[in-house]
Design a binder for this molecule. Structure first.
Ligand code: NI
Ligand code: MN
Length: 236
């Protein structure tokens, strides 16, 4: 039986994560649902999703953003150009922001931070400039600080993210090929100093070969690397 207190973090496969705060705010990050081979098909999203956060414009992070925003009356939060793009695809409510900025989403302070990755959005007309790739730090009163890195390589300024926001729970891509793999993620852990790592962007496609076990073998025993499957929840 899971405690109702704390922040509930549910992995929905790939980089898609549902965050439900103790105060009742529901946030969905990088909704990749219809085309996501690892989405838990029988999982029921909450009827209200207050905010959809997008880390960058690639299809495996935004393909369901506009439909979810419409169906769940959600406000989409993304870097300025991407927010405008998703707005043009049908999301009625958007908040455009940029690196280093913080927006208040109910009781959650969402800070946009750097990521090292490309970010064009593709549709039937070609590839569009939709800003750059980002990550999010979520600061929640009375709860651990969360960090969703988006798609990224490891980079030295992760140290600044650690210093500024002290994330306790880090959702890090570990699959390799399109993002850092376990070797690079182990250095990210050193720079960020979280207590818990929730691996994402792994196991979705055959070329994403990085595993939680490979990461766990390269970090200290004081860091918990959670082995979870899509549909499973971690309570922070
Ligand atoms: Ni990407
Ligand atoms: Mn991706």
């Amino acid at each position: 039986m899971v405690s109702s207190k704390g922040t509930r973090i549910t992995w929905l496969g790939h980089a898609t994560v549902l965050i439900q705060t103790a105060a009742g705010t529901n946030i969905l990050i990088d909704p990749f649902i219809a085309q996501n081979p690892k989405y838990p098909k029988d999982f029921a999203l909450p009827s209200t999703i207050h905010y959809v956060l997008l880390t960058h414009g690639h299809g495996d992070h935004i393909s369901d953003a506009a439909p979810i925003a419409t169906r769940h009356s959600a406000t989409v939060v993304a870097i300025y150009e991407l927010a405008a793009y998703v707005g043009s695809k049908g999301a009625a409510n958007t908040i455009g922001m940029n690196l280093g900025g913080t927006v208040q989403l109910n009781e959650v302070a969402a800070t946009m931070v750097e990521a090292k990755h490309s970010a064009g959005a593709q549709d039937e007309h070609g590839t569009h400039y939709v800003g750059i790739a980002t990550g999010f730090v979520l600061t929640i009163p009375g709860a651990p600080v969360l960090y969703h890195a988006g798609d990224t390589a490891v980079f030295g300024d992760m140290k600044l993210i650690g210093e500024l926001y002290q994330p306790e729970v880090a959702m890090l891509p570990i699959g390799g090929h399109f993002t850092m793999g376990p070797k690079e993620a182990a250095l990210a852990v050193k720079l960020l100093q979280p207590k818990v790592v929730l691996p994402i962007h792994c196991g979705t496609f055959p070329m994403l070969t990085g595993t939680p076990e490979a990461l766990a073998s390269q970090v200290g025993a004081d860091v918990q690397v959670v082995r979870w499957s899509p549909g499973e929840e971690y309570v922070a």
